[in-house]
Design a protein around this ligand. Sequence first.
Ligand code: 3BY
Ligand code: FES
Ligand code: FE
Length: 423
Amino acid sequence: MNEYDLLNLTYGGLEEARRDMARLLAERSPTHSLPRPLYNDPFLFRLDMEEVFQKEWLFVGMTCEVPGKGDYMTVEIGQDPVLIVRDRDGEIQAFHNVCRHRGSRLCTQAKGKVANLTCPYHQWTYDLKGNLIFASNEMGENFDRAEYGLKKIHCKTAGGFIFVCLAEGEAPEIDPFLTSLAQYMEPYDMDNTKVAAESTLEENANWKLVIENNRECYHCSGSHPELLRTLLEWDDTNDPRATPEFLEHYQLQAEAWDREGIPHRHVEHGLRNRIVRMPLKEGTQAMTMDGKPACRKTLGRIQNRELGSMRILHLPNSWNHMQSDHLIVFRVLPVSAQKTLVTTKWLVHKDAVEGEDYEVENLRQVWDATNRQDRDLAEENQRGINSLGYEPGPYSQTYEFGVINFLDWYAETVLNNCKFDKL
Ligand code: 3BY
Ligand code: FES
Ligand code: FE
């Protein structure tokens, strides 16, 4: 429980909360921010975890983070520790990071390399496909190791991204998006990238406020001087606010991208996924303080430094900026009703040398500043929402349509996934 949870208990129990969540989502105004309990009630947070984070595909990391056999990474999805490991066939597997003996967490580090997976508690040992290969003789004659393999989690990769889904039965459809993602990421040759820098911010705000904040740039001019050196304030080529100057600038860049076979056209898969390449401000090449590239080596087969930024949205937990010289990937993981972790990773060419080809400080400066600014905005947003004075307010249809789209996706997903009929 965090310090505010008791203050924000709106319901006497989970079933009452479930019924009211259905009502709140069905009766909400889609053009207004959500009713308060959806941003701060601990029961509704639990339902967000059950209906969204335990059932939908989530972005967890990049394939280049587990480049070799036996390389693993761990991630906590709420209370579910997850292990991602590259097996001896080179396939990426995801398991519940939980020992089948008495349930200890198996891998305790964020990243590592192993031959097999040995539990720190009583040394039960699993191979990289999750088969139990060793449990001491003390387990008795009738003990059948085959019954105690690690529990698998749905896992798919495309274009260098790793997605997992905790759903116990079938996972939702994601292949059409993965096909687009692989196609749009092809120029980047993701096997030859590496993480050059990483940050995790703990934000005292509900995860939906973190995503809402990312889905609009209405706040950019008031808060993001570093980002606005290079970023245009609308985030799609079909934005109604696009000026004739922008359209001309876009046209010229898009013609070059077409000649070079660089995918860029807006593609979407429902409201959950969107990919579009957007130019940066004229005369700039990357999201750095001076607009110059952060890395001397371009990525993959890319030669044109003016690739703008390809934005990839994956609801509920990721947005991304793919540029000619570096990539910035973002992952959102809820912790409690009012606590969220935002992890940012900066990727460059695998052979780029720190100090020669890039400086970490220069690489991360703009988004470190932007992330801190966004954290402060989300936290102030949460504080105001907790007040008796809060009532849902109207979104701007031009500046905040991305927020409206996100909440439409969220409401639809919860209403579809929730077993209201069982009540
Ligand atoms: O650039 C981004 O990732 C988002 C979209 C608009 C504002 N925000 C900083
Ligand atoms: Fe893992 Fe006992 S809990 S070996
Ligand atoms: Fe922002």
